[in-house]
Design a protein around this ligand. Structure first.
Ligand code: HCA
Ligand code: CU
Length: 380
């Protein structure tokens, strides 16, 4: 399947607001929107104007500003919510309806026929206003596939821009947590069912969000929901930077239109707003994402960065680092650091310095200054 024409729906200002620590001020929302605009995000999705008076004001504010992205808001699937959303000046409205037998009774109590009737009317109203309409089935993976096919087929007749599939709850049930294979199957089924585009929304309860999003694209999805750092309900959804890194390694041309070098700063900016560190295991933006430590790794990377780097850090405006002040160090890393400091050791000296570093580091790593001091002052 050709995945070239995918679009990113950046939902930091909707799903991301559902992250337990998130509470973005109007100025922070504007800063996030502007940074994502510079990055080249295709769409931004903002919290429903129904959520609170300030949420509505913030949505109207961002809708009133110049932007390259298309602006969406996310509301319940009813005409009142849809009309309010249309009135805010957005380019499109994302509506969602819970379709699983677990969520239907606690969420709204409607039958499948009623979901179809209401959903078609809401999509019709959004279309009539000249906006993009998206209809999503919440908790798709615990929904009966026959129900989903009926719903999507009927909704497709109302001509939405896209339908959404959401892996809302990544827990083991009889239907099962969404694995990449299950995502591929369900998206393929929906691909055969509808003519419109398909959006995929993946939660990360078991760490499968990025893999599931790629599987969705391979099966014919056209739009992927992301948030900065993956923030969202519980432990969140697909992280923007991780998704871009995934696509870059699949095929660099896929992400050519985005400014990848802005991503580390965007991750840091949002982490600061949330009062958290960028997680140590974040793709690309983690402090150690391009650090090389063990002797064998450092030796190989110094000879050829491709040996242990999936991506060129320069693509993201970053630099690799060879760590040498630790007991796993090898001669190559010490020689590299010594040369940077203008010192040349012969083989024998190099072995002696390396042994000394290892010995000292058995009681704890040396910081850069300590290591440099040892190298510079090594008596030859
Ligand atoms: C929510 C649910 C949602 C919706 C996804 C979508 C989910 O928190 O409102 O509209 O496609 O995970 O199901 O985020
Ligand atoms: Cu969600």
């Amino acid at each position: 399947m050709n995945i070239e024409h995918f679009r990113i729906i950046e939902s930091t200002l909707r799903e991301g607001e559902q992250f337990p620590r998130a509470h973005f001020s109007p100025a922070q929302k504007v800063a996030i929107a502007s940074a994502l605009d510079d990055f080249g995000a295709d769409y931004l999705e903002l919290t429903s104007p129904r959520a609170s008076p300030q949420s509505e004001a913030d949505l109207r504010l961002i809708a009133s500003q110049p932007r390259r992205f298309r602006l969406l808001t996310h509301v319940r699937c009813n005409l009142d919510d849809a009309r309010l959303a249309i009135d805010t000046g957005v380019d499109g409205v994302d509506v969602l309806f819970a379709t699983s037998s677990q969520l239907r009774p606690v969420s709204h109590g409607y039958s499948i026929d009623e979901i179809i009737e209401i959903g078609s009317a809401v999509v019709g109203a959004i279309n009539a206003a000249g906006l993009e309409a998206r209809f999503s089935s919440e908790d798709s993976f615990r929904s009966d596939p026959d129900d989903l096919v009926r719903i999507y087929r009927a909704i497709d007749r109302a001509r939405p821009s896209r339908v959404g599939i959401a892996d809302t709850v990544g827990i083991a049930t009889t239907v099962g947590i969404a694995t990449p294979r299950q995502v591929h199957e369900l998206v393929s089924l929906v691909r055969r069912t509808v003519d419109c585009d398909i959006e995929f929304h993946a939660h990360n309860d078991t760490g499968c969000a990025i893999a599931n999003a790629l599987a969705a694209l391979e099966a014919g999805a056209t739009h992927i929901d992301t948030t900065v750092l993956g923030i969202g309900e519980r432990n969140g959804i697909v992280p923007l930077t991780g998704m871009i890194a995934r696509l870059l390694t699949v095929q660099p041309a896929l992400v050519e239109r985005y400014r990848l070098e802005l991503l580390p700063d965007i991750d840091r900016m949002v982490a600061d707003m949330l009062g958290i560190e960028v997680p140590f295991n974040s793709p690309v933006s983690a402090e150690g994402a391009f650090h090389h430590k063990a002797g064998m790794h450092a030796k190989a990377v110094l000879a050829d960065p491709n040996s242990y780097e999936a991506m060129d850090p320069a693509r993201f405006g970053l630099q690799r680092r060879i760590l040498a002040g630790h007991r796993l160090v090898g001669r190559h890393a010490i020689r590299h650091r010594a040369e940077a400091l203008g010192r040349r050791f012969d083989e024998q000296q190099l072995r002696a310095v390396t042994d000394e570093v290892k010995l000292r580091c058995d009681s704890g790593p040396l910081d850069n200054d300590e290591l440099d001091h040892l190298i510079v002052n090594w008596a030859t």
